[in-house]
Design a protein around this ligand. Structure first.
Ligand code: ZN
Length: 182
């Protein structure tokens, strides 16, 4: 990550970079998370660190406001909401999704906990529900080939697609289409 990019994240209080880097302000001796809402420092007073430990080792003190000393402190609700938005937008693109989720700055395990706490389902259950709803919609509202539907919601092959659909609805895609197509 370039300093320019980090500075941009700091000036936008961008919480998606929390945990990814820290910035310290030479004039105050304090280090913060990118999302910290404290007064915007002058660019020339700011330096960047990958970890809180590095900032401390360089003689900076943690900020009382953003609690940059607590490695697992995160604005939980915000992270859960961001994850949900990501899933809503790109549930069919599994690889990209995982990358985007990593940018939220918490470990995958922590993310699963946060999401479950907030929405009562796991990430993968949530994605499954989205996929199932989209498949049903495509089967009943379009004439798309079943293989194309499978690909468009992120399945790599038909057998896993059939299994998934049958588990969720008790029907094969073709039978579902026959019953529901307008
Ligand atoms: Zn701070």
């Amino acid at each position: 990550m370039t300093q320019e990019k980090m500075w941009k994240a700091v000036s936008e209080n961008d919480a998606s970079y929390d945990g990814i880097f820290f910035y310290a302000v030479k004039s105050t001796g304090i280090y913060c998370r990118p999302s910290c809402k404290s007064k915007m420092p002058k660019r020339e007073n700011v330096c960047f660190f990958d970890t809180a430990q590095q900032a401390r080792a360089a003689g900076f003190r943690p900020c009382k406001r953003c609690r940059s000393d607590l490695s697992d402190y995160q604005p939980i609700k915000e992270i859960a909401e961001k994850a949900k938005r990501l899933l809503d937008d790109s549930f069919s693109k599994r690889c990209e999704l995982n990358q985007e989720l990593q940018h939220l700055g918490v470990s995958q395990r922590r993310m699963v906990e946060i999401f479950k706490e907030e929405y009562g389902v796991t990430l993968s259950e949530y994605v499954s529900n989205l996929r199932l709803a989209e498949i049903k919609r495509l089967l009943s509202d379009t004439d798309d080939e079943i293989i194309n539907i499978a690909y468009s919601v992120g399945f790599g092959g038909l057998s896993s697609f059939y299994r998934f659909f049958k588990n969720g609805t008790g029907l094969s895609p073709a039978a579902y289409r026959k019953e529901h197509q307008k």
